[in-house]
Design a protein around this ligand. Structure first.
Ligand code: ASP
Length: 349
């Protein structure tokens, strides 16, 4: 980890660093939380993001405002896994995707957006100020600028530049399994099934590129957000699941809210987040619903599944949270009135 990245990482976690070590817990079958308002978000970066969301939820603000504020914390981190400091595509440009959904099926999305710091807020404007759900590329950027979002520098962050230069040596287009790589410092293996991946990945310590967040507010309403730089060194123009309503994110206020991370292509294939919501509608717990969706991907991918990671996190209408992943190494952060902690997620492998 570069010194700068190390610093940013510990700054982002702040006093949570100790907390993280001590309170990493295995997920029970259904992770019930007490107190109505609750927020969950993907990966260790979720701790700081949940704190941002709680500034809204803790004063009885709406889940919609909370999920926007929460992931903006992550989008703001330079040299992090999402936002303008993240890894570029294989042509050297950072392109960002994001979507947001509220408790009334209102939703907005932007994709292939360049030089805008907060794609999640542009997605919200698409939802609130246009008759559309999704804007992409140049049109999305024009809309953002017209809405007053500043056009940022196209330069890569220091770490992204280094990672890109390193990647260019081989220019190998090969997605790697997403794991939370901040604790191991060595090799991770997917439970004896997945391939080992080096601790020092081309993109530094962040072997994942997304934050997904779902929350319930004190009024019992659900909302969700998802924002990403997409897979590092992706083909120019590639979109994953993260900006796609029903794939990277889905909210049905009667049932629950779900978001996904991992290899977006395989989430899109099964309309992942929507599928998890539908399993919960059938009566499954959040964890069982995430597991059923993961198993569907496992059946489709057959032996190729050992090379991919997909994880879902879900919140139901009772405020119960759950998650399931294909590979070991996925974590999510949970916060309510009484507690905040990381949860180590059960996996297929
Ligand atoms: N789901 C994202 C994508 O495929 C990547 C990630 O979750 O890290 O673009």
């Amino acid at each position: 980890m570069s010194t700068r990245r190390k610093f940013l990482h510990s700054a982002a976690l702040g006093s949570f660093g100790l907390f993280l070590t001590k309170k990493l817990t295995a997920a029970p079958l259904s992770d019930t939380v007490t107190g109505k308002a609750v927020v969950i978000s993907t990966w260790d970066t979720g701790l700081a993001a949940n704190k941002g969301a709680w500034e809204v939820l803790g004063r009885n603000g709406s889940a919609l405002d909370a999920v926007e504020a929460g992931v903006k914390v992550t989008e703001s981190s330079i040299n992090c896994c999402v936002g303008l400091g993240a890894n570029p595509d294989r042509d050297g440009h950072v392109t960002l995707d994001a979507c947001i959904m509220d408790h009334q099926f209102n939703c907005g999305s932007v994709a292939f957006l360049e030089r805008i710091k907060h794609p999640i807020s542009v997605a919200r404007r698409v939802m609130e100020k246009t008759p559309h759900v999704m804007l992409v590329g140049e049109g999305a950027q024009q809309f953002a600028v017209a809405e007053g979002f500043p056009l940022e520098s196209p330069d890569l962050s220091d770490d992204a530049k280094k990672a890109y230069e390193q990647w260019l040596k081989k220019s190998e287009y090969k997605p790697v399994i997403n794991i939370e790589n901040t604790k191991g410092g060595g090799q991770h293996d997917g439970g004896g099934h997945g391939p080992s991946v080096p601790a020092h990945l081309p993109n530094g310590d962040w072997n994942h590129d997304t934050i997904g967040m779902v929350a319930m507010d004190a009024a019992g309403n659900l909302s969700g957000s998802c924002t990403t730089s997409g897979m590092g060194f992706k083909m120019r123009g590639r979109l994953g699941d993260s900006p796609i309503i029903g794939a990277g994110l889905f909210v049905d206020n009667e049932i629950g809210a779900v978001t996904a991370t991992g290899q977006g292509e395989d989430v899109i294939r099964i309309c992942g987040s929507h599928t998890v919501v539908e399993y919960m509608r059938q009566g499954m717990s959040p964890e069982a619903a995430c597991k059923a969706a993961v198993e569907r991907i496992v059946r489709i991918k057959k032996e190729k599944v050992k090379d991919i990671q997909v994880a879902f996190i879900a919140l139901n209408k009772k405020g119960e949270a759950g998650s399931y992943a294909i590979q070991k190494g996925f974590t999510y952060a949970i916060k309510n009135n009484n507690e905040e902690r990381m949860v180590e997620v059960k996996s297929y492998f």
